[in-house]
Design a protein around this ligand. Structure first.
Ligand code: ATP
Ligand code: LTN
Length: 334
């Protein structure tokens, strides 16, 4: 009989502590982070080094990091099962990012849509870090030899770049990095803004009505869904040109597990008012336990500190092996 026990695959993902975590982040990424914990070796991080590519106010930034840490524990990330650390605490990330910068082309970075969007949005601060952001993201992933990266659809292009950089490096020096696969959910991979359903829901949007956060009260969530932009047809059906309704159906489906056909059937002959109420209520129930658990974690800073320090220590050791290997291959003296 086959004696060998199969090694668990490695999962890596990160999120920027750039504001309050939204329903988009939750459905597109974090929900999968939670569900993958039993089957895989999971490694998660708060990508604080990435966050300073957009100017941050120091006190607010510090608070966003602890809030994000507590929120993600509240979503169900269990530090007994998974590593969950703060990127800047593990020194190998910035180190490998520098190396990978030298294996990433100007042309390929120029094609990144996130760079184009963010440089248009922050035209007064198009810094070099914003441009080379994907090389740091590639370092995050490749340091851990990750097999899978659970992210929302907007990160697919960065994952493609990561794969290209890994293959390029491996082509030059032999097998140093595992080439990772993106893991994108069928439903909820691209939650759109409630105010402009042609744009993705984003935690750094100025219009607070455009997003729902994990910390919004039930009243606020209901209000935001009631105000969501729809169309004048007043029929709940998924169709081209009905971006607002398509988005609400996507959210409802991701939360309840109902298919679009079932949703259309359930709301036949009923107006948008009823549908918005149903979507709002489903989201309120999904997020209720998260918000309750958040209160518990945020009140216990020393527990959180213990968790992120312990995880960072393990991550440092693990990732150092990959960094050393890459440096030796390049020809650095040891
Ligand atoms: P920012 O507004 O600061 O750019 P963001 O809200 O876009 O932040 P990130 O920290 O860049 O969030 O992304 C964290 C994770 O959430 C990524 O996996 C990303 O793909 C996912 N994600 C972000 N926005 C959405 C969305 N609207 N729908 C689905 N997934 C999303
Ligand atoms: N760029 C990602 C956040 C991020 C990330 C990562 C995601 C930083 N490093 C590594 C997956 C793997 C974003 O969501 N904007």
């Amino acid at each position: 009989m086959e004696q060998q026990t199969e090694k668990k695959k490695i999962v890596f993902s990160a999120i920027q502590p750039s504001g309050t975590i939204t329903l988009g982040n939750y459905l597109g990424a974090i929900k999968n982070w939670v569900s993958m914990q039993d089957e895989f070796n999971c490694i998660y991080a708060l990508a604080d080094l990435h966050t300073i590519t957009v100017r941050q106010e120091p006190a607010k930034f510090r608070k966003n990091v602890t809030d994000a840490y507590a929120s993600i524990l509240a979503c169900g990330i269990d530090p007994e099962k998974s590593l969950f650390f703060i990127q800047s605490h593990v020194t190998t990330h910035a180190q490998l990012a520098w190396l990978l910068n030298c294996y990433t082309q100007f042309g390929e970075l120029s094609r990144m849509t996130q760079f184009k969007d963010k440089s248009a949005k922050h035209a007064d601060n198009v810094n070099a870090g914003l441009f080379t952001y994907p090389a740091l993201m590639a370092a995050d992933i490749l340091l851990y030899q990750a097999d899978m990266v659970p992210v929302g659809a907007d990160q697919k292009q960065h994952l493609e770049l990561t794969r290209n950089v890994a293959e390029r490096f491996n082509g030059l020096y032999g097998n140093v990095f595992k080439v990772p696969e993106p893991f994108i959910p069928k439903n909820g991979a691209r939650v759109m803004s409630l105010q402009d359903p042609t744009r993705k829901m984003s935690k750094s949007d100025e219009n607070v009505n455009s997003f729902v956060t994990l910390m919004d009260s039930p009243e606020v969530i209901m209000k935001k869904f009631k105000r969501a932009v729809t169309d004048s047809e007043a029929v709940v059906r998924y169709a081209e040109g009905k971006d607002g309704i398509n988005n609400l159906m996507g959210i409802y489906s991701a939360v309840t597990g109902l298919s679009f056909e079932q949703i259309e059937k359930d709301f036949e002959g009923r107006g948008y008012g009823d549908f918005k109420t149903a979507v709002g209520e489903a989201v309120v129930e999904e997020l209720r336990p998260v918000r309750e658990r958040y209160e518990k974690y945020i009140a216990d800073k020393s527990y959180m500190q213990e968790c992120y320090k312990k995880s960072a220590e393990i991550a440092q050791k693990f990732s150092q092996r990959t960094l050393d290997k890459a440096m030796k291959k390049i020809g650095f003296v040891f």
